[in-house]
Design a protein around this ligand. Structure first.
Ligand code: TYD
Length: 134
C-alpha cells in the first residue's frame, strides 16, 4: 500500500438515503480491529501529531470537514476531508496531523490494530530518526 490514499467509498443508496459499510476488502483495505471517533473539536486545535509503528488507519469525516497533514519523513501532503463518502487511508509509519476541524465535525477512525500506546511515536525527531534508519 502507499503511504496514504484517498478512497471513494461505495455507498448503497436508495430513496431512503445512503449507507456505507466497512469490512476488510469493502471500502477498507484491512480487517477492522478498532473504531473511534473524534468530536467537539476546535478549529484552531490540531490532533494526531504522531506516527504508528504498526497501525494503519482509515479516516472518514462523517460530518463537517477537517484537513490532514501527512508526512512520510521525506515528503509532506495535505488532504481536505469534507465528504462522508471519502476515506483517507494512512499506512503505518506516517506522521499525521488533523487540523482545521469545522464546527460539528465528527471524524471516525478505523484501524487494523487494537490500541497499544507503545506503538505510537509521539516525538517527531524520533520519527525522523526511525525513518532514516529504516
Ligand atoms: P490521542 O492519541 O491524543 O488522540 P488523537 O490521535 O486524536 O490526537 O488520544 C487521546 C487519549 O485517548 C490518549 O490518552 C490515548 C487515549 N486513546 C485510547 O485509550 N485508545 C485509543 O484507541 C485512542 C485513539 C486513544
Amino acid at each position: 500500500m502507499k503511504d496514504y490514499e484517498l478512497i471513494d467509498l461505495h455507498s448503497l443508496g436508495d430513496d431512503r438515503g445512503q449507507l456505507i459499510v466497512f469490512e476488510k476488502g469493502v471500502n477498507c483495505p484491512f480487517d477492522v480491529k478498532r473504531v473511534f471517533y473524534i468530536f467537539d473539536t476546535k478549529y484552531d486545535m490540531s490532533r494526531g501529531c504522531h506516527a504508528n509503528k504498526n497501525s494503519e488507519f482509515l479516516l472518514v469525516v462523517i460530518n463537517g470537514s477537517c484537513r490532514v497533514k501527512i508526512d512520510n519523513g521525506k515528503e509532506q501532503s495535505d488532504v481536505l476531508l469534507n465528504r462522508p463518502d471519502k476515506g483517507l487511508y494512512l499506512n503505518k509509519m506516517v506522521w499525521k496531523e488533523m487540523y482545521e476541524f469545522s464546527y460539528n465535525a465528527v471524524l471516525m477512525v478505523l484501524s487494523n490494530m487494537p490500541y497499544h500506546e507503545e506503538e505510537y511515536i509521539r516525538d517527531y525527531d524520533k520519527f525522523k530518526e526511525m525513518i532514516k534508519n529504516a
